[in-house]
Design a protein around this ligand. Structure first.
Ligand code: SF4
Ligand code: F3S
Length: 376
């Protein structure tokens, strides 16, 4: 039976059983689950036992989460998500429009009371009764509270839905807030990011489909498997930070050599996310902000991204490096992407944050107050 299901899965998703199992094992590892649990996930998908209906609402946003999800090059990811769930209402992807789809949404929610997954993308304006975002004559505020009432689980995808994001910046003219703020009596799982990593969404959905509940959350309702560590803890440039080697300007020697971007405003030291470990696009290849030479601006951290000026220095929360980092033997050489990636993964696996680099942090402080060379 399961063999037939896997054969069907191969056809449905266009991937081999081997690739799919490998993929599930990787997702399970990122969730901190065993190989056996990875098999349970694979089986849940292959046998299609549960396919939760999903109501997906869009508020104030740029559609970044949906765009990043659909453009992910990682084989199967977008197909897999769309195969895992029954996407009953999605304002960007619905082929239909107008009152017809609004009717379908109402019917889907009625027929699946207590069973559907509500995904919220974008912030919710609350000022003046929420009139600044309406679909089909209904405010996003009303659509959110209405859909949340009988949802089995609620996921806020992206920074705008998680805590207000871009629309809530500055003077916040529309009173934009995240979903949790308008649903105080519900648990809203937040997957912040601008855009959020589609792999984190997929892992959350896979977990929900397999176990019928949401994964463990931190104190900001983010899944711990993805947001349990600071970017700074697993960053491939961390050895440079610890050794006091910094880029001081875009394009300078330090920047060309792949030195730490702290002095260019990198917010990795105060931002929780797994970007260094899973990266974007193909689960590898160095495609993530710091990997391509840009400081992290804290897009997924409430109170950091869109709040702190880009070039302001981050608050360094951890001064002790993981012991899994490779040494940088040649001070003139950039750390290789491959070894850095391996170190980041090893850092996740080992889960260690030991060692002493208070001196490095001290050097950073010294340089903050006037140092102008690339090396401390
Ligand atoms: Fe990486 Fe930024 Fe930390 Fe430097 S400050 S090690 S670039 S996260
Ligand atoms: Fe965002 Fe920083 Fe990751 S800008 S994508 S949290 S590296």
């Amino acid at each position: 039976m399961i063999e037939t299901s896997f054969a069907e899965l191969e056809q449905r998703l266009g991937v081999s059983r081997r690739t799919f199992l490998k993929f599930c094992t990787g997702v399970a590892a990122s969730l901190g689950l065993s190989t056996q649990q990875a098999m349970a996930m694979a089986e849940a998908v292959a046998t299609h036992k549960q396919r939760p209906p999903v109501i997906w609402l869009h508020g104030q946003e740029c559609t970044g989460p949906t765009e990043s999800l659909l453009r992910s090059e990682q084989p199967t990811l977008d197909h897999l998500i769309l195969d895992l769930i029954s996407l009953d209402y999605h304002q960007t992807l619905d082929a239909g429009a107008g009152h017809h789809v609004e009717h379908i949404k109402a019917e889907a929610m009625k027929a699946n009371k207590g069973k559907y997954l509500l995904v919220i993308e974008g912030s919710i304006p609350t000022k003046d009764g929420g009139i600044y975002c309406k679909v089909g004559g209904q405010t996003m505020l009303d659509a959110t509270t209405e859909a949340a009432e009988h949802a089995a689980a609620i996921v806020a995808i992206g920074s705008c839905a998680s805590w207000g994001g871009v629309p809530s910046g500055g003077s916040n003219p529309t009173g934009a807030v995240g979903a949790q703020a308008v649903l105080p009596d519900k648990t809203v799982l937040n997957i912040p990011g601008c855009p959020p990593n589609p792999s984190n969404f997929l892992a959350t959905i896979l977990y929900f489909v397999t176990y019928g509940k949401l994964p463990e959350l931190d104190n900001k309702n983010r899944p711990k498997f993805a947001f349990g560590r600071l970017i700074h803890e697993n960053c491939e440039r961390r050895p440079h930070f610890d050794a006091g080697r910094f880029a001081l300007e875009f394009g300078d020697e330090g920047h060309k050599k792949g030195y730490c971007l702290y002095k260019l405003g990198c917010k990795g030291p105060e931002t929780y996310n797994n970007c260094p470990a899973i990266e974007f696009n193909n689960l590898g290849g160095g495609v993530w902000p710091i990997g391509v030479g840009h400081p992290c601006f804290g897009c997924s951290e409430d109170g950091v991204g869109f709040n702190k000026p880009l070039f302001s220095l981050a608050d360094v929360k951890t001064h002790t490096p993981p012991n899994a980092f490779p040494l940088i033997e040649d001070r003139g050489q950039k750390s290789s992407g491959a070894s850095a990636g391996a170190a980041a993964l090893a850092g996740v696996a080992v889960g260690a944050a030991v060692g002493a680099s208070a001196m490095a942090a001290k050097k950073v402080k010294e340089q903050d107050t006037g140092g102008d060379s690339n090396e401390a």
